[in-house]
Design a protein around this ligand. Structure first.
Ligand SMILES: NC(=O)c1ccc[n+]([C@@H]2O[C@H](COP(=O)([O-])OP(=O)(O)OC[C@H]3O[C@@H](n4cnc5c(N)ncnc54)[C@H](OP(=O)(O)O)[C@@H]3O)[C@@H](O)[C@H]2O)c1
Length: 228
């Protein structure tokens, strides 16, 4: 399988790349901005993976990801995992921060996926990494309003993507994750210990990305064992 993982420099994305690299059959492209972290990751992978320093918010101006994908020929799985969290109460949050959050968590996913569509094979799977914060009816937490709203938007975007991509036999699902012990979680809940490690959730996400679209399409799947 040809697999793209965004947000691969740390946390869940890094674990996902390591997990996929255990299988010689997969060609993995690991994308994020921090090239030294990506090089470190590359050195720990079982089988070789490709890395690319790339800002997903610049995908309209930077062709480097597209060039890599052209060289690969086609894509079977995209995991839109890169994400940004700003922990701040509603009142001091401003329009610039709104744009920053929505640019990474929603707009870049829309633009990047659109750009890569011509290379998505029939039967491919787009997995958007959402959050329980963006899942309707879930517990909400102070400081996470815009982050949660952006993940809510991503969830609905996923439902719509799945509908429109049906004729091309491309599936799209959103995994609304609960707490996983990463830098982002520490930013949101500094004193909280998550029940799941990045490696544990990565094995679930990887399995879902490879097989889940036989059972789910256009779904927002809550993946959580805790609150938060
Ligand atoms: N951890 C949790 O409890 C939790 C819960 C629910 C949902 N999630 C979601 O799971 C995903 C992964 O989260 P995490 O906890 O692993 O976060 P993390 O440790 O903060 O990692 C975030 C990743 O996103 C990348 N990224 C951010 N902005 C980017 C940009 N403009 N272009 C390219 N890459 C960018 C970062 O890489 P660079 O800085 O190198 O670019 C980094 O690799 C996120 O979408 C997050 O919202 C996490």
């Amino acid at each position: 399988m040809n697999i793209i993982v965004t947000g691969a420099s740390k946390g869940i994305g890094k674990s996902l790349v390591k997990f996929f690299s255990n299988n010689k059959q997969h060609k993995v492209l690991a994308v994020s901005r921090d090239i030294s972290a990506l090089k470190e990751l590359q050195n720990t992978c079982t089988y070789p993976v490709q890395i690319l320093s790339f800002d997903i918010t610049k995908c309209e101006d930077d062709n480097s990801l597209l060039e890599k994908v052209k060289a690969l020929g086609s894509i079977d799985v995209i995991i839109n995992n890169a994400g940004l969290l700003i922990n701040k109460p509603l009142t001091p949050l401003n329009g610039h921060e709104f744009d920053k959050l929505f640019n990474v968590n929603v707009k870049a996913v829309f633009l990047l996926t659109k750009q890569l569509l011509p290379y998505l094979r029939k039967g491919s799977h787009i997995v958007n990494i959402g959050s329980m914060g963006g899942y309707q009816g879930s517990s909400k937490y102070a400081g996470l309003s815009l982050y949660s709203a952006s993940k809510g938007a991503l969830a609905i975007l996923t439902e719509c993507m799945a509908e429109e991509l049906k004729p091309q036999v491309i599936s799209a699902n959103c995994l609304a994750l609960g707490a996983v012990q990463t830098e982002m979680l520490s930013e949101a809940f500094p004193d909280y210990k998550a029940p799941l490690s990045p490696d544990e959730i990565a094995s679930f996400i990887a399995d879902f990305a490879l097989k889940g679209h036989r059972f789910f399409n256009g779904k927002i799947v809550p993946v959580s064992v805790s609150s938060p």
